[in-house]
Ligand binder design. Structure first.
Ligand code: MSP
Length: 674
């Protein structure tokens, strides 16, 4: 039965440009929106930008801009990125818009009118993380030396000394919220996050400070300034309201989408705001609650969260995938497929570029791409003698697998499990490929078994048609391209409907000649792509390589008994080695190579080099990022596991590496070591 579906992404802070972590949330929401449109649900998909708060005010100051100038400068980067990535949002809300500010004030007033005691003035002192825009108790922070540090951003928190503020009586809703979560198993998903929130709610829940007086960039508290201080509404109480303000508090959109319950897709760092504060604000305002808080994990790179505050992790999705109009790089759909398939929603995923290429080649180029190519070629060749004739009953195991895939993928999309949905879809890809191998259409043609051949071709054609629909939520551009080669081009994505059963409702098709959908990325191209993604800033070629000189010394224990086994060299020989201080920018495991790490190192003046180092058994990638090392900068480049290595990192030890070359942290990168 169809029912309205309203999905939202978090609204993004505009203190910097979007990165892959943001794109992941938006792509997931886009995929669910597309699926719901396909099953005929009236669908609305909202994204936007979070433009108030201390963080934005500080970012503006740093760039000598007013906050308004900054947000007007940065917000378009987000909408432009979603356009470039073909995101199908129906609305884009900015918290500096009048329609939003009106609803924030209206909500505040509504709470004050209906539950007067829930908003009260009191004094507050405590730790505040500007990056999170959140207050923390010491038990929620980490101590580093003398400083308390936020566990998400790893930066020191600020002590807010006795600020007078408005408070929201969160404690009054604690039990009601527990009851709601227990009665509605779908309210927080996946389940691990539901347990986390229940754990939090079963502890001591403190009231929430919901106004600030120490800065101006926000929405004024409608009560005015009872004690002479100027209060702006706490940025989270402002931002969360976007989900409602974009619909309005009355009218068709509100009735249709708010009343049936929103699905808020969020990242795990903002779970508490969405799963605790937001429903409590709504309860206090006596408004309907969202249907589901859908929580994703984090994408990391070399074990570190992709984050604005760590430049080396700031992966640009358009650089990675290209945009809608470019065919260089990987392709948006290949990136979407990887992100959705690689790790179950809710789990963290480490972005390993080689895996991205591997999945592209295996699942997309080989499995899906080849299935289309082989099938279209055969149908084109044999149709004149055996025009495809579909008979579901005769398709046997293929029909069974196809119907299983249609049902399982649908159930998985409905349950917000993209990796499972795609896994189910690829069962049909595999079965259709196996069907060709089993039925051998070329042999049927040779033997003149035309009736049987026509049915085999018909079943294949139905598989292509089904797959084109099953991949559409995750890979919209691919679905359109497949529609074109099948000659069933839908003029608009909305015309594409989820299939009921294998071959059912299949339209007449005018198959076109195949063209490679996902051209295989060969080793050379793969290395180029990975180097480009790792930020390889066209490093000048290494100077003419000197023949590698053995410099092995045994340094196991610094005692007088250490023997230097190598033959002596003269100073001129040593002088041929260009040793430099370098800093590790990114580090990743090399797939299927236990000992190797793929590093990018900064060699000074913004130049980066790729180095493959055999130190994976001694160091985890995340231990290396930011670390200074010694690099043999003029070692002849060598290709190791398909990656071009341009230098060697010095480490002590042979089989068991016990330490990287020690470098005083103050020595600038690029410094020559003699
Ligand atoms: N402005 C708040 C959200 C307000 S919603 C009412 C905010 N903005 S943010 O720009 O910092 O982050 C937005 C979302 O991006 C969060 O859900 C966050 O989890 C997600 N991601 C940021 N980095 C991410 C990864 N590395 N991986 C996955 N998602 C990540 O928080």
């Amino acid at each position: 039965m169809s029912r309205p579906f309203y999905i939202t992404t978090p609204i993004y802070y505009v203190n910097d440009k979007p990165h892959l972590g943001h794109a992941y949330a938006t792509m997931c929401a886009d995929t669910f929106a597309r699926f719901h449109r396909m099953i005929g649900d009236r669908t609305r998909f909202l994204t936007g930008t979070d433009e108030h708060g201390q963080k934005v005010e500080e970012a503006a100051k740093k760039r000598s801009l007013t906050p308004q100038q900054l947000v007007d400068d940065v917000a378009p980067h987000f909408s432009a990125m979603w356009d470039a990535l073909g995101i199908s949002n129906d609305d884009f809300v900015r918290t500096t818009e009048g329609r939003h500010k009106d609803v924030v004030r209206a909500l505040w007033k509504r709470i004050a009118e209906r539950n007067r005691d829930d908003l009260y003035l009191a004094s507050y002192s405590g730790w505040y993380c500007v990056a999170c825009e959140a207050f923390y108790t010491e038990s929620q922070l980490e101590k580093q030396g003398e400083q308390w540090v936020c566990t998400i951003h790893h930066r020191p928190v600020d002590w807010i000394a006795k600020e007078r503020s408005w408070f929201f009586r969160l404690s009054a809703y604690q039990q009601r919220l527990i009851d709601h979560i227990e009665a509605n198993p779908d309210f927080i998903r996946p389940d691990a996050y539901r347990k986390e929130v229940l754990g939090f709610l079963r502890g001591e829940v403190r009231d929430l400070s919901v106004s600030r007086t120490s800065f101006r960039w926000g929405i004024d508290v409608p009560e005015g300034d009872p004690d002479g201080d100027h209060h702006v509404i706490y940025v989270w109480m402002d931002a969360l309201v976007n989900y409602l303000s974009a619909l309005g508090m009355s009218g068709d959109l509100y009735e249709t989408f708010w009343k049936t319950g929103a699905v808020h897709l969020i990242g795990k760092d903002i779970l508490r705001f969405h799963a605790v504060y937001w429903p409590c604000f709504l309860m206090a305002a006596e408004l309907p609650l969202p249907r589901t808080i859908l929580c994703t994990g984090w994408w990391t790179i070399g074990g570190r969260k992709i984050s604005k505050s760590i430049p080396a992790t700031r992966v640009d999705p358009v650089q990675l995938a290209g945009d809608l109009n470019s065919d260089r790089a990987l392709g948006i759909d290949a990136l979407r497929y990887f992100l959705l398939r690689e790790t179950p929603l809710g789990n963290d995923g480490d972005l390993i570029y080689e895996n991205l290429i591997e999945r592209h080649n295996a699942d997309l180029a080989n499995d899906l791409g080849n299935l289309f190519n082989r099938s279209l070629t055969m149908i084109g060749k044999f149709a004149p003698v055996a025009p495809p004739a579909f008979d579901g009953a005769a398709a046997g195991a293929l029909a069974e697998v196809a119907n299983g895939a249609i049902a399982a993928a649908r159930a998985a999309w409905e349950a917000f499990q993209p990796s499972r949905a795609l896994e189910a879809t690829w069962k049909l890809v595999a079965e259709a490929n196996a069907f060709i191998d089993r039925t051998k259409p070329w042999a049927l043609a040779k033997e003149g078994k035309h009736a049987e051949l026509a049915q085999v071709l018909g079943a294949l054609q139905a598989s292509l048609w089904t797959l084109r629909l099953l991949v559409a939520p995750a890979m919209p551009a691919t679905a359109r391209a497949l529609g074109r080669v099948l000659g069933v081009d839908a003029s608009h994505d909305d015309d594409v409907r989820w299939p009921e059963a294998f071959g059912q409702g299949m339209p007449a098709m005018r198959l076109q000649a195949p063209s490679p959908l996902f051209p295989r990325i060969d080793e050379k191209r793969g290395v180029e792509l990975v180097n480009g993604w790792l930020g390889e800033a066209a490093a000048p070629p290494a100077p003419a390589p000197a023949p590698p000189t053995s410099t092995t010394t045994s340094t196991s224990t610094p005692t007088s008994t250490v023997t230097i086994a190598s033959a002596p060299i003269v100073f001129d020989d040593f002088g041929k080695i260009d040793l430099r201080v370098a800093q590790v920018v990114t580090a990743q495991a090399v797939p299927k190579a236990k000992k190797l790490l793929h590093l990018t190192v900064d060699v000074g003046e913004g130049r980066h080099r790729t180095v493959v180092a055999g130190i994976a058994e001694a160091y985890k990638p995340e231990q290396l990022v930011g670390r200074k090392v010694l690099l043999v900068a003029n070692l002849a480049p060598a290709t190791i596991r398909g990656i071009q290595s341009e230098g060697m990192i010095l480490a002590a030890g042979d089989d068991a590496i016990v330490g990287l070359g020690a470098v005083d942290p103050d020595v600038p990168v690029g410094t020559r070591v003699r």
